[in-house]
Ligand binder design. Structure first.
Ligand code: SAH
Length: 221
């Protein structure tokens, strides 16, 4: 998919190559995921003052006390979601800057993403449209409710951490589908978990320890 990367400049191209090499060293194996991360101009998704750090493997502020995850985590979650084959539709909870949605958009037919903070949802919409990423649908609301009218989804990705996976979301997972989410334990620590919707049950496997903003209920205008 051709992205408009005007303004990226040579420096960030080199910085991007370096980031991809780093992700690969850290264990990201799926070449399609690495390509997707390479294709998306992360510097356009972060606060202007931090553009020069956009291709470092660190989380960065995006306003409204929220952050875009470090690229390794974005890649890891994307890889975990796609591990057993490509997914047609994916629902993301927590659009934030729109960066993770843009990465998923390189790999899936259609991405649906819900954000509870109106201003973030609006600026993500503007940016994705500027980048001509046309296979992402955004909605302002409480992502804990999913997006029933568009489901069921082959994949669901949470980028904010709940204490428990909202049941509503599991019911919107298509048979064979996967849900990847950071879940906060009673000790406050977060664990990345993956649920696979098999014929008999939801099979859970544990991935990395992570650190996300909490998932909050209700929408903010
Ligand atoms: N995926 C984002 C990073 C998200 S930070 C990116 O690539 O930039 C987590 C986001 O989840 C925040 O924007 C926060 O407002 C949002 N969020 C938290 N709880 C939510 C909920 N219940 N529904 C929708 N969005 C939620």
């Amino acid at each position: 998919m051709g992205l408009d990367v005007a303004g990226a400049g040579l420096t960030s191209q080199r910085a991007r190559d370096r980031l991809i090499a780093q992700l690969s060293q850290l264990g990201i194996r799926d070449p399609a995921v690495l390509e997707a991360v390479r294709a998306v101009p992360r510097h356009l998704f972060v606060e202007e003052a931090l553009v020069h750090r956009a291709y470092e493997n660190i989380a960065l502020p995006i306003g409204y006390r929220q952050t875009v995850s470090q690229p390794y985590i974005v890649a890891r979650m994307t890889e975990a979601l796609l591990e057993y084959g490509p997914l047609r539709t994916v629902l993301e909870v927590g659009t934030g800057s729109g960066y993770q949605a843009a990465v998923l958009a390189q790999l899936c037919e259609r991405v649906y993403s819900v954000e509870r903070i109106l201003a973030l949802s609006r600026s993500a919409r503007e940016l994705l449209s500027r980048l001509k990423i046309n296979n992402v649908s955004l909605r302002h609301g409480d992502g804990g409710e999913g997006w029933p009218a568009r489901g069921p989804f082959d994949g669901i990705l949470l980028t904010a951490a709940p204490r428990d996976i909202p049941h509503e979301l599991l019911t919107q997972l298509a048979p064979g589908g996967r849900l990847v989410a950071p879940v906060e334990g009673p000790d406050g620590r977060q664990q990345l978990v993956r649920y696979t919707h098999t014929e008999e049950a939801y099979v859970r496997d544990l991935l990395d320890t992570v650190c996300f903003v909490p998932m909050l209920s209700g929408a903010e205008s």
